[in-house]
Ligand binder design. Structure first.
Ligand SMILES: Cc1cc2nc3c(=O)[nH]c(=O)nc-3n(C[C@H](O)[C@H](O)[C@H](O)COP(=O)(O)OP(=O)(O)OC[C@H]3O[C@@H](n4cnc5c(N)ncnc54)[C@H](O)[C@@H]3O)c2cc1C
Length: 394
């Protein structure tokens, strides 16, 4: 069978790989001159080096993403610690701590003062069980108090980065889905992982090479404006484009931004890695050999701050955290306005299923109803599901 995949983001690429593996002839049609969509790398002339459009982190429990990397021969291109360790620093207090989960699923790290969040007691973690009883309409702060160390030093940063939505508005059941696939399964499912060189080198370029080597056709610069009748098709575009291609389709309509700032700065040897940050604007810091990058999720709350001011404030925080020189180095600010849909109870209801009313047309994308928030894992899972739905029409 010949299948058209519209969109070469991670969802489209995952669907294309799955269908190619099953022996179908796949044509990937991508509007941009490159693949990767919201997860890609490029050479930035302003700072003179290659950067990712945004820092992306995976967890070792993201099994679909890891199988995808295995299939395209890129499993070894991820980097991360051998233990589930998450170093944090507080801008307000200067405090530094490292969350250290144990390997197995019984969470004995909670009982170790050196491993758990400072300022918490083992019984505080019982509150996490409330998320198991979350109803679709619950937000995170409907279920947990916003005071206390567990919320401010763990749940809030986790929720903002995983759901890209402020906890006051974010769906508690979406957070529970994330917890059930990571923290609840223990340290072996919660090892932090990121691309060794760049997102494209890990997730995108090897997929394109693999697809071409297996006979798939990849067409760039091809913006699809209508679906060919009778053609087996995976629509793997952003939701607003899918809604144009498939009249009557219900899709999420509200989005959240993510702000990344990449500073060209050589960290001293041994100082590379990542840190979570609380108490400021900066949320995550990724120090690579040439570039120190920061991520701010759910960034709509900062939209009225000018880019210059944002850069100035973030660099001042980095100076304080890492004792860096005060002069701001060359930098690039990337503010993805529609980074993900907002993971609110109301928006979750708008996520469509993989199948459409047309048995020839299926949907893929992090915005389809995967249960997961809009993440790499969700996008890849949606692509796999779309391929299987096309193969098994009901
Ligand atoms: C800044 C940022 C940081 C993030 N951080 C993380 C993270 O740390 N961890 C994590 O797991 N996830 C993260 N994500 C989310 C992750 O990037 C996305 O979930 C994933 O990339 C979505 O893939 P997708 O294929 O569903 O959509 P997209 O990547 O949006 O792909 C859609 C593709 O369709 C193409 N297209 C659009 N219209 C047409 C048309 N008419 N014809 C043909 N092609 C078309 C687009 O050009 C695009 O290539 C982050 C996202 C951003 C933006």
């Amino acid at each position: 069978m010949s299948v058209h995949v519209i969109g070469a983001g991670l969802a489209g690429l995952a669907a294309a790989c799955q269908l190619t593996e099953l022996g179908h002839h796949v044509v990937v049609r991508e509007a941009a001159p490159h693949a990767g969509g919201r997860a890609r790398s490029y050479f930035d002339k302003q700072i003179g080096c290659r950067i990712d459009n945004g820092n992306h982190m995976l967890m070792s429990g993201n099994i679909s993403a890891l199988s995808y990397l295995h299939r395209i021969g890129a499993r070894r291109s991820l980097l991360g610690p051998a233990e589930a360790t998450f170093p944090f620093r507080s801008i307000k207090t200067g405090e530094a701590w490292t969350l250290r989960l144990n390997q197995g699923s019984f969470p004995w790290w909670i009982f170790s003062r050196a491993r758990r969040v400072p300022g918490t007691q083992p019984h505080n973690y019982r509150t996490l069980l409330r998320f198991k009883r979350a109803k679709p309409e619950h937000t995170i702060t409907d279920l947990i108090s916003t005071s206390g160390a567990l919320y401010n030093k763990l749940l809030k940063p986790l929720a903002i980065s995983a759901l890209n939505t402020m906890p006051e508005e974010a769906s508690a059941s979406a957070l529970q889905y994330v917890l059930s696939e990571t923290l609840e399964r223990g340290g072996y499912a919660t090892l932090p992982r990121w691309a060794r060189i760049g997102l494209s080198e890990t997730f995108i370029d090897p997929a394109i090479d693999w697809l071409r080597a297996h006979g798939a056709e990849i067409r760039f610069g091809e913006r699809v404006t209508e679906l060919a009748p009778g053609q087996a098709t995976v629509v793997a575009t952003p939701p607003w484009i899918a809604a144009e291609l498939i009249p009557g389709l219900t899709v999420p309509t509200q989005f959240e931004s993510i702000c990344n700032i990449h500073f060209k700065y050589e960290m001293p040897p041994g100082e590379t890695g990542f840190w979570g940050v609380v108490g400021g604007i900066t949320e995550w810091v990724f120090a690579r050999p040439e570039v120190i990058s920061i991520t701010i999720s759910a960034a709509n709350r900062y939209l009225d701050i000018s880019h210059e001011d944002m850069v100035r404030r973030v660099w001042a925080e980095l100076v304080k955290l890492f004792e860096l020189p005060a002069a701001i180095p060359p930098h690039r600010l990337l503010w993805e306005r529609r980074a993900t849909f907002r993971t609110t109870p109301a928006q979750l209801k708008l996520r469509p299923n993989t199948r459409t009313s047309n048995p020839n047309v299926v949907l893929a994308g992090d915005w389809t109803d995967t249960g997961l928030p809009a993440t790499i894992e969700g996008a890849i899972r949606s692509g796999n599901a779309a391929a299987m739905a096309l193969m098994n029409p009901t």
